[in-house]
Structures are given as structure tokens and as C-alpha cells.
Design a protein around this ligand. Sequence first.
Ligand code: ADP
Ligand code: MG
Length: 253
Amino acid sequence: MTTQYQRLNLTSLPAQLPAVLEAARQQQLSYEAFLEAALQVELDGRQDRAQQRRVRAARLPFAARLERFDFRFQPSVSERLMRELASLAFLQTATNVVWVGPPGVGKTHLACSLATAALDAGHSALFVTLRELGQQLAQPAPRGGLAVVRRYSQPTVLVLDEVGYSQLSADQAHGLFELITARYERRPTLVTSNLTFAEWGGLLGDDVLASALLDRLLHHAEVVAINGRSYRMRQRATGDGAAPPSGGREPGP
Ligand code: ADP
Ligand code: MG
């Protein structure tokens, strides 16, 4: 038998009703105040679930937050700039951010932190590595190509991670170009890369296409070059409580 709650699609209130009733009795709420409290419980539940859906749909690899980034460990990253970006003005201006640096220096963490800030504020986000994007673009029609470009054009924030670990075919390179062009001046793209911009020609297999792509990507963009130590290696050195061996060599990029 469908209840009135089910027919109204009230999903949070039924489970919480005993607590809401109990609180209303204790506080001797008026009918108006009780109804308002009950409806608020339902609204809050809906908002929470919408938020959880958005977070799941974003497919971030880990729950990165700016507050958990140790700026003292990575002095080449401007804390002021990151905080300014996390205030989300970059959404309005569709300003891209490109982090360039060796592995382990926090590029993905910082990109995901901004995506998380956007999610917190109710925006959509989506994370993908260039390798995954390339694989999706290469699928046969109607799943690949333009459909993929459209899919990744839509989220308010796109994180394009690990640009540089895979070589793109001509079709994949054009797909990436279409995507950056579709988002250009509309929605920000957050890119992490171990490549210098001069190396993008090799990645795309086409210098002209690479410079056209970089032209759009970098027109309204913050570029953050990180040239510090790997945080992963630091964790390895101190993770088991043992001091790193004296005279041990510092892991390179
Ligand atoms: P990259 O993408 O540059 O290879 P990641 O962002 O994946 O590096 O960082 C590797 C790991 O180290 C992640 O778990 C990340 O949260 C952590 N990390 C990196 N830099 C910092 C930092 N400065 N403060 C705190 N955690 C960090
Ligand atoms: Mg990374």
C-alpha cells in the first residue's frame, strides 16, 4: 500500500518524523512551526542527496580539499592564488587553471580541491584523465567522438588530469581540441600536466593544432608551475615513522 509520503515522494521525512515529533512536543511548537520544521527536514534531505549525487557524478579520484594542502611543503604554489580560485570567481570568468610539474607535487590534489569547492557551492564537476578521455573519444560512433566532446563540455568544472602520459591519435587530438574550444570562455577547465607547453605538439602529433589549442586554453588562464619535491616520496620516507636514511638521495621528478 502506498503511503501518503510515497505518493508525495517525501523521502526524508518518514524516517525522521519520530524525532521531529518528539522535538515539537518538547519545544511545544505551534502547528505552523511544526509544519515548517517537518518540511525543512524533507528539503534538507533532498539537498543532501542532490549534493551526494553531484559528488558521485564528478568521479573525483579522492576527496581533496584545499585545507589539507600543506603550502609550506610546496612553496612554489601561491596560497593566495589558490584561495582566490577556491572562492570560485574563476567560474564566472571561465578562467582555466593549468598545473605543470613532476609527479607527486600535488597537481591533482589542487585541481580536485577547486572542483570540490565548486561542488560544495552546488555546481557540477567532472574528472577525467587524458588517457580515459582518449579511450572514450576513440570509441566507435555514436558513443565516441562528438558524443564524448558534448558530454565533457557540459559540467561547470572539468578536471583534465595527467595530460602528457599518453600519445593521442589524430582523431583523439581533434576531439580534445573540440572539447577545449567548446568550453573556451564558457566553462573552466582545470588541467594537470607533466609536460611543458612546447611538448604539446608531440602529444597531439600536430604542432599547428597544439598551438591553436593552447591559444584557447591559455587565453584566460592561470598557469601554476610546481617545481618542488614529491609529497608521495615524503610520505614514503616518514610514513613508517623511520627517518629517511642519512645521505639518501632526494627523489627526482
Ligand atoms: P600529482 O598529481 O602532482 O602527481 P597528487 O596531487 O596526486 O600529485 O599528490 C600525491 C598525494 O600527495 C595525494 O594524496 C595528495 O593529497 C598528497 N599531497 C601532495 N602535495 C601535498 C601537500 N602539499 N600537502 C598535503 N598533501 C599533499
Ligand atoms: Mg596527478
